[in-house]
Design a protein around this ligand. Structure first.
Ligand code: 0O2
Length: 230
Protein backbone atom coordinates (compact mmCIF):
# COMPACT_ATOMS: atom_id res chain seq x y z
CA UNK A 1 0.00 0.00 0.00
CA UNK A 2 1.18 3.56 -0.78
CA UNK A 3 2.10 5.09 2.57
CA UNK A 4 2.67 8.72 1.47
CA UNK A 5 0.97 11.48 3.46
CA UNK A 6 -2.39 12.77 2.26
CA UNK A 7 -2.32 16.48 1.44
CA UNK A 8 -5.79 17.69 2.35
CA UNK A 9 -5.31 21.05 0.61
CA UNK A 10 -4.41 19.36 -2.67
CA UNK A 11 -7.51 17.17 -2.41
CA UNK A 12 -9.72 20.20 -1.67
CA UNK A 13 -8.19 22.17 -4.55
CA UNK A 14 -8.74 19.26 -6.99
CA UNK A 15 -12.34 18.73 -5.84
CA UNK A 16 -13.13 22.44 -6.21
CA UNK A 17 -11.67 22.55 -9.73
CA UNK A 18 -13.74 19.53 -10.78
CA UNK A 19 -16.92 21.02 -9.26
CA UNK A 20 -16.31 24.31 -11.16
CA UNK A 21 -15.92 22.43 -14.47
CA UNK A 22 -19.03 20.34 -13.86
CA UNK A 23 -21.03 23.46 -12.93
CA UNK A 24 -19.99 25.02 -16.26
CA UNK A 25 -21.26 22.02 -18.26
CA UNK A 26 -24.42 21.57 -16.16
CA UNK A 27 -25.28 25.25 -16.64
CA UNK A 28 -24.75 25.00 -20.41
CA UNK A 29 -27.08 22.00 -20.52
CA UNK A 30 -29.74 23.92 -18.58
CA UNK A 31 -29.45 26.84 -21.04
CA UNK A 32 -29.85 24.51 -24.03
CA UNK A 33 -32.68 22.55 -22.43
CA UNK A 34 -34.57 25.78 -21.74
CA UNK A 35 -34.09 26.97 -25.33
CA UNK A 36 -35.31 23.65 -26.76
CA UNK A 37 -38.30 23.52 -24.41
CA UNK A 38 -39.31 27.04 -25.48
CA UNK A 39 -39.03 26.07 -29.16
CA UNK A 40 -41.08 22.94 -28.49
CA UNK A 41 -43.86 24.84 -26.68
CA UNK A 42 -43.88 27.53 -29.39
CA UNK A 43 -44.33 24.89 -32.11
CA UNK A 44 -47.18 23.30 -30.19
CA UNK A 45 -48.89 26.66 -29.75
CA UNK A 46 -48.40 28.14 -33.21
CA UNK A 47 -48.55 25.11 -35.49
CA UNK A 48 -50.33 22.42 -33.45
CA UNK A 49 -47.41 20.22 -34.51
CA UNK A 50 -44.36 19.44 -32.45
CA UNK A 51 -41.37 17.81 -34.20
CA UNK A 52 -39.85 16.96 -30.79
CA UNK A 53 -40.97 13.75 -29.09
CA UNK A 54 -38.72 14.23 -26.06
CA UNK A 55 -35.25 15.35 -24.98
CA UNK A 56 -32.62 13.80 -22.72
CA UNK A 57 -29.55 15.41 -21.19
CA UNK A 58 -26.48 13.89 -19.61
CA UNK A 59 -23.05 14.81 -18.28
CA UNK A 60 -20.39 12.32 -19.36
CA UNK A 61 -19.19 10.12 -16.49
CA UNK A 62 -15.58 10.61 -15.27
CA UNK A 63 -14.82 6.98 -16.33
CA UNK A 64 -16.07 7.68 -19.86
CA UNK A 65 -14.07 10.95 -20.04
CA UNK A 66 -10.85 9.19 -18.96
CA UNK A 67 -11.50 6.33 -21.43
CA UNK A 68 -12.04 8.79 -24.31
CA UNK A 69 -8.91 10.84 -23.48
CA UNK A 70 -6.82 7.63 -23.34
CA UNK A 71 -8.35 6.40 -26.62
CA UNK A 72 -7.26 9.68 -28.22
CA UNK A 73 -3.76 9.14 -26.78
CA UNK A 74 -4.06 12.21 -24.56
CA UNK A 75 -3.02 12.85 -20.99
CA UNK A 76 -5.84 12.94 -18.46
CA UNK A 77 -5.79 16.65 -17.58
CA UNK A 78 -8.52 19.26 -17.05
CA UNK A 79 -7.13 21.22 -20.01
CA UNK A 80 -7.51 18.22 -22.35
CA UNK A 81 -10.95 17.50 -20.95
CA UNK A 82 -12.14 21.01 -21.84
CA UNK A 83 -10.31 21.38 -25.17
CA UNK A 84 -10.42 17.86 -26.61
CA UNK A 85 -13.66 16.29 -25.40
CA UNK A 86 -16.65 17.73 -27.23
CA UNK A 87 -19.40 15.78 -25.52
CA UNK A 88 -18.89 16.29 -21.78
CA UNK A 89 -22.32 17.95 -21.90
CA UNK A 90 -24.72 16.12 -24.19
CA UNK A 91 -28.30 16.66 -25.20
CA UNK A 92 -30.34 14.24 -27.27
CA UNK A 93 -33.40 15.41 -29.20
CA UNK A 94 -35.75 12.66 -30.27
CA UNK A 95 -37.87 13.69 -33.27
CA UNK A 96 -40.93 12.10 -34.83
CA UNK A 97 -39.89 11.94 -38.51
CA UNK A 98 -36.60 12.21 -40.46
CA UNK A 99 -37.45 15.67 -41.99
CA UNK A 100 -37.99 16.98 -38.43
CA UNK A 101 -34.28 16.36 -37.74
CA UNK A 102 -33.20 18.67 -40.59
CA UNK A 103 -35.82 21.19 -39.47
CA UNK A 104 -34.23 21.20 -36.00
CA UNK A 105 -30.74 21.68 -37.51
CA UNK A 106 -32.06 24.64 -39.55
CA UNK A 107 -33.53 26.09 -36.40
CA UNK A 108 -30.23 25.92 -34.52
CA UNK A 109 -28.54 27.55 -37.54
CA UNK A 110 -30.94 30.46 -37.10
CA UNK A 111 -30.57 30.76 -33.32
CA UNK A 112 -28.32 33.80 -32.83
CA UNK A 113 -26.76 32.88 -29.48
CA UNK A 114 -25.95 29.27 -30.39
CA UNK A 115 -22.80 28.94 -32.50
CA UNK A 116 -22.48 25.69 -34.44
CA UNK A 117 -18.82 24.66 -34.62
CA UNK A 118 -19.25 21.18 -36.11
CA UNK A 119 -21.91 19.18 -37.94
CA UNK A 120 -21.88 15.43 -38.62
CA UNK A 121 -24.66 13.87 -40.66
CA UNK A 122 -24.66 10.18 -39.76
CA UNK A 123 -28.10 9.88 -41.39
CA UNK A 124 -26.81 10.51 -44.91
CA UNK A 125 -23.53 8.74 -43.99
CA UNK A 126 -24.23 6.11 -41.30
CA UNK A 127 -21.30 4.76 -39.26
CA UNK A 128 -19.96 1.28 -40.20
CA UNK A 129 -21.71 -0.02 -37.05
CA UNK A 130 -25.07 1.03 -38.57
CA UNK A 131 -25.40 4.04 -36.24
CA UNK A 132 -27.35 7.00 -37.60
CA UNK A 133 -28.10 10.38 -36.02
CA UNK A 134 -27.31 14.03 -36.72
CA UNK A 135 -24.62 15.49 -34.46
CA UNK A 136 -23.95 19.15 -33.77
CA UNK A 137 -21.25 20.58 -31.56
CA UNK A 138 -22.33 24.03 -30.43
CA UNK A 139 -21.01 26.81 -28.22
CA UNK A 140 -23.55 28.13 -25.73
CA UNK A 141 -22.89 31.34 -23.78
CA UNK A 142 -23.27 30.95 -20.01
CA UNK A 143 -23.11 33.94 -17.64
CA UNK A 144 -21.21 33.57 -14.38
CA UNK A 145 -20.42 36.16 -11.69
CA UNK A 146 -17.06 36.92 -13.35
CA UNK A 147 -18.31 37.11 -16.93
CA UNK A 148 -19.51 35.00 -19.80
CA UNK A 149 -18.08 31.66 -20.96
CA UNK A 150 -18.86 29.84 -24.19
CA UNK A 151 -19.37 26.20 -23.33
CA UNK A 152 -19.31 23.24 -25.75
CA UNK A 153 -22.40 21.05 -25.93
CA UNK A 154 -22.98 18.07 -28.21
CA UNK A 155 -26.50 17.83 -29.62
CA UNK A 156 -27.54 14.45 -31.03
CA UNK A 157 -30.74 14.63 -33.09
CA UNK A 158 -32.45 11.39 -34.12
CA UNK A 159 -35.82 9.74 -34.69
CA UNK A 160 -37.51 7.37 -32.22
CA UNK A 161 -36.43 4.46 -34.42
CA UNK A 162 -32.78 5.60 -34.55
CA UNK A 163 -32.83 6.04 -30.78
CA UNK A 164 -34.34 2.58 -30.29
CA UNK A 165 -31.51 1.01 -32.30
CA UNK A 166 -28.71 3.11 -30.73
CA UNK A 167 -29.86 2.49 -27.13
CA UNK A 168 -30.09 -1.27 -27.55
CA UNK A 169 -26.87 -1.51 -29.57
CA UNK A 170 -25.10 0.49 -26.83
CA UNK A 171 -26.39 -1.93 -24.17
CA UNK A 172 -25.34 -5.00 -26.18
CA UNK A 173 -21.90 -3.51 -26.93
CA UNK A 174 -21.42 -2.66 -23.25
CA UNK A 175 -22.24 -6.27 -22.29
CA UNK A 176 -19.44 -7.48 -24.60
CA UNK A 177 -17.08 -4.77 -23.35
CA UNK A 178 -17.12 -3.28 -26.89
CA UNK A 179 -15.56 -6.47 -28.37
CA UNK A 180 -18.62 -7.61 -30.29
CA UNK A 181 -18.47 -11.06 -31.94
CA UNK A 182 -18.60 -10.68 -35.76
CA UNK A 183 -21.99 -12.39 -36.12
CA UNK A 184 -23.57 -10.00 -33.59
CA UNK A 185 -22.08 -6.94 -35.33
CA UNK A 186 -23.52 -8.21 -38.59
CA UNK A 187 -26.96 -8.81 -37.04
CA UNK A 188 -26.88 -5.28 -35.61
CA UNK A 189 -26.04 -3.83 -39.03
CA UNK A 190 -28.99 -5.80 -40.48
CA UNK A 191 -31.24 -4.44 -37.70
CA UNK A 192 -30.12 -0.88 -38.51
CA UNK A 193 -31.17 -1.43 -42.15
CA UNK A 194 -34.61 -2.61 -41.00
CA UNK A 195 -34.92 0.38 -38.65
CA UNK A 196 -33.89 2.71 -41.47
CA UNK A 197 -36.49 1.22 -43.80
CA UNK A 198 -39.17 1.56 -41.13
CA UNK A 199 -38.14 5.17 -40.48
CA UNK A 200 -38.43 6.06 -44.18
CA UNK A 201 -41.82 4.37 -44.41
CA UNK A 202 -43.14 6.18 -41.31
CA UNK A 203 -41.74 9.47 -42.64
CA UNK A 204 -43.56 9.01 -45.95
CA UNK A 205 -46.79 8.26 -44.02
CA UNK A 206 -46.19 11.38 -41.93
CA UNK A 207 -45.58 13.50 -45.06
CA UNK A 208 -49.11 14.90 -45.14
CA UNK A 209 -48.80 16.03 -41.53
CA UNK A 210 -45.42 17.61 -42.25
CA UNK A 211 -46.61 19.32 -45.47
CA UNK A 212 -49.55 20.89 -43.60
CA UNK A 213 -47.17 22.00 -40.88
CA UNK A 214 -44.78 23.55 -43.45
CA UNK A 215 -47.66 25.50 -45.03
CA UNK A 216 -48.76 26.80 -41.62
CA UNK A 217 -45.17 27.67 -40.75
CA UNK A 218 -44.64 29.58 -43.99
CA UNK A 219 -47.84 31.53 -43.37
CA UNK A 220 -46.90 32.42 -39.82
CA UNK A 221 -43.18 33.17 -40.01
CA UNK A 222 -41.28 35.78 -41.95
CA UNK A 223 -37.75 35.29 -43.34
CA UNK A 224 -37.78 31.70 -42.02
CA UNK A 225 -37.11 33.05 -38.51
CA UNK A 226 -38.87 31.23 -35.69
CA UNK A 227 -39.60 34.21 -33.46
CA UNK A 228 -42.89 34.56 -31.69
CA UNK A 229 -44.22 38.11 -32.11
CA UNK A 230 -46.27 39.72 -29.34
P1 0O2 B 1 -21.62 8.11 -24.66
O1 0O2 B 1 -22.15 6.94 -23.91
O2 0O2 B 1 -22.68 8.77 -25.49
O3 0O2 B 1 -20.88 9.08 -23.81
P2 0O2 B 1 -14.83 13.52 -31.79
O4 0O2 B 1 -13.70 13.66 -30.83
O5 0O2 B 1 -16.02 14.37 -31.40
O6 0O2 B 1 -14.44 13.64 -33.21
P3 0O2 B 1 -16.45 11.25 -31.12
O7 0O2 B 1 -16.88 11.85 -29.82
O8 0O2 B 1 -16.11 9.78 -31.11
O9 0O2 B 1 -15.20 11.98 -31.68
O10 0O2 B 1 -17.57 11.62 -32.19
P4 0O2 B 1 -18.81 10.88 -32.76
O11 0O2 B 1 -18.45 9.51 -33.21
O12 0O2 B 1 -19.37 11.81 -33.76
O13 0O2 B 1 -19.85 10.77 -31.56
C1 0O2 B 1 -19.67 9.92 -30.51
C2 0O2 B 1 -20.98 9.67 -29.81
O14 0O2 B 1 -21.98 9.29 -30.76
C3 0O2 B 1 -20.86 8.49 -28.86
O15 0O2 B 1 -20.44 8.95 -27.60
C4 0O2 B 1 -22.27 7.91 -28.86
O16 0O2 B 1 -23.13 8.65 -28.03
C5 0O2 B 1 -22.68 8.13 -30.31
N1 0O2 B 1 -22.24 7.01 -31.17
C6 0O2 B 1 -21.30 7.06 -32.14
N2 0O2 B 1 -21.17 5.87 -32.74
C7 0O2 B 1 -22.05 5.04 -32.15
C8 0O2 B 1 -22.40 3.65 -32.36
O17 0O2 B 1 -21.85 2.95 -33.20
N3 0O2 B 1 -23.39 3.15 -31.55
C9 0O2 B 1 -24.03 3.90 -30.59
N4 0O2 B 1 -24.98 3.32 -29.87
N5 0O2 B 1 -23.71 5.21 -30.38
C10 0O2 B 1 -22.74 5.76 -31.13
P5 0O2 B 1 -19.56 8.02 -26.67
O18 0O2 B 1 -18.55 8.87 -26.00
O19 0O2 B 1 -19.01 6.87 -27.45
O20 0O2 B 1 -20.56 7.42 -25.66
Amino acid sequence: MNNSLININEIKEGALQLRKILLMYESALKEMETKINIISQEFELLYKYNPIEHIKTRIKTPESIVKKLRKKGLEVTYKNLINEINDVAGIRIICSFIPDIYRMVEMFEQTPDVKIIRKKDYIKNPKPSGYSSYHLIVLVPVSFSKGMTNVKVEIQIRTIAMDFWASLEHKIKYKYDERLPKNISKELIDCSRIVNKLDKKMSSLGNKLIEEFDMEQNKKTKNKKHIMKF
